[in-house]
Each structure stands twice: as C-alpha cells, then as structure tokens.
Design a protein around this ligand. Structure first.
Ligand code: ADP
Length: 238
C-alpha cells in the first residue's frame, strides 16, 4: 500500500486568544496520494492560506495531525512539531508555486532554478545540469540563458514550476498559480502540473478560484468557514 504523500486529520488553527480569537481552521481532513493533483477551492477568508501555511510549516497549527509520506510532522496532542529542522523540511520536502512567479531578476533562467539546488548543497555543475533537464521537461529550455524580464508570463510561471520541482519535493503547494494567465496558458500550466505530478510522483495542492481550471481536477476539496468537504471532480484532460 502506498502511503499518502499528505495526510491531515482534524487540523485546527486559532489565531490570537480570548475575545479576539479567530478559528481559521476547524478540523480539516485531507489525504493526497503521491502523483495526485487536487484542487482546494473556497471563498476569501475560508482558511485556504492558513491551511497552506500550516502544511508548509510557515505557521504552527493549534491542534490535529499532519503527516508527510507517513511521517508525523505535527501532532497537536504530542507537543506540536514532531521534527526539529523546519527549515530543512521547507527546503527539501515542499515546493511552493505562487500567483506571481517571484523569479530573481538578476539571475538568468537556468540560475533561477539552479539556485534552489545549490541552497540544498548541490555543486554548481550538477545544479545547472539538473536545472536544464527540468527546463527541458517544462519546454522552456530554449530560454535557459535568457533574462527573466525577456520571458512571457506563461514562460515565467513554467520556470517557477521548474524551481519548485528542483529538489524533487514529494509535495508542491501552488497558490493561485494560473490567476494572471489567459485560458489557454492556464490550462497549459495545469497540464504541466499534472504531467510533473505523474513523472515525479509529486502530490500537488492547487489553491484556486479559477473556473477555467476547476474541471481539470479529479478531486476537489472545498473549504468553507475552516472546514473541508471533498468532491469528485471532472478530471478533464487538456
Ligand atoms: P483565505 O486564504 O481563504 O482567504 P485565510 O486563511 O487568509 O483565508 O483566513 C481565514 C480566517 O483567518 C479569516 O477570518 C482571516 O481573517 C483570519 N486570519 C488570517 N490570518 C490571520 C492572522 N494572522 N491573525 C488573525 N486572523 C487571521
């Protein structure tokens, strides 16, 4: 049996305390297999960012459990975080893709991807070689030596995806990755994410409101007022 890449049980998050406390997550359950791409859909203020931040070990949940690849990461009933080095967890096991690509303007395309590998301790040559392989897989290798500013929005987002995949994290958290793109480019980005998930067995959570891409998910978690509800999606291929 394959262990889920992400498994969450009864996750809660309370901001603040006393009269002003806000319960942003009220018992979230979620289980995502390696290679699966799921949508996380909900209105503003429903808890999407809070859930991603907890999963990305950016903020500490208040209660419940989170596991990555079967390993306990957080257990609210047993002193919280279950691992010491949260920085290494974020660097090696979780990739982030944001609405804006946030590429580094003074590095060329290859070095933007290679930098993540170098920060994880890879040598310069190996890092650049792996970066080029990823750029090839994402069909932007012809832009490898270009400055970031020369790229289209769609190309920049592909480079951002290559960067997120660089250290082959088992999990990628994508926050509105298609929001600035037109319909065709948005669907292409989803196609790429699905392909990469298959190829590298990465579990990908895509937070979105984007009606254009919602039909592509096989499974969707709706979040409303801090609670999640699972629904089968159309899983439409592009
Ligand atoms: P979404 O990403 O779906 O818009 P959020 O996770 O940002 O939702 O917010 C969920 C709830 O938690 C909202 O009521 C929001 O006001 C509240 N919230 C978010 N961040 C904080 C914070 N740092 N302090 C207090 N309340 C917060």
């Amino acid at each position: 049996m394959t262990l889920p890449a992400i498994h969450i049980e009864g996750l809660t998050k309370r901001y603040g305390s006393g009269d002003t406390a806000v319960d942003a997550l009220k018992g979230v359950d979620m289980s995502i297999a390696p290679g699966e791409v799921v949508g996380l859909v909900g209105p503003s203020g429903s808890g999407k960012s809070t859930l991603l931040k907890c999963l990305g070990a950016v903020i500490e949940p208040t209660g419940g459990r989170m596991q990555l690849g079967g390993q306990n990461i957080y257990d609210g009933s047993a002193s919280g975080w279950q691992i010491d080095d949260l920085r290494a967890l974020r660097r090696d096991r979780i990739g982030f893709v944001f609405q804006a690509p946030y590429l580094i303007p003074f590095l060329d395309v290859t070095d933007n991807v290679a930098l993540s590998l170098m920060l994880a301790g890879k040598g310069n040559g190996i890092a650049r070689q792996r970066a080029l392989e990823l750029l090839q897989a994402l069909d932007v290798a012809h832009r490898a030596g270009a400055a970031v500013s020369e790229l289209s929005g769609g190309e920049q987002q592909r480079v951002a995806i290559a960067r997120a995949l660089a250290n082959q994290p088992p999990v990628i958290l994508a926050d509105e990755p298609t929001a600035p793109l037109d319909s065709e480019r948005a669907l292409t980005v989803m196609h790429i994410l699905n392909q990469m998930a298959q190829q590298y067995q990465t579990a990908i959570i895509v937070v979105t409101h984007d009606e254009k891409i919602i039909p592509t998910f096989r499974r969707i978690y709706h979040i409303r007022d801090g609670k999640t509800y699972e629904e089968a999606g159309e899983g439409r291929t592009i």
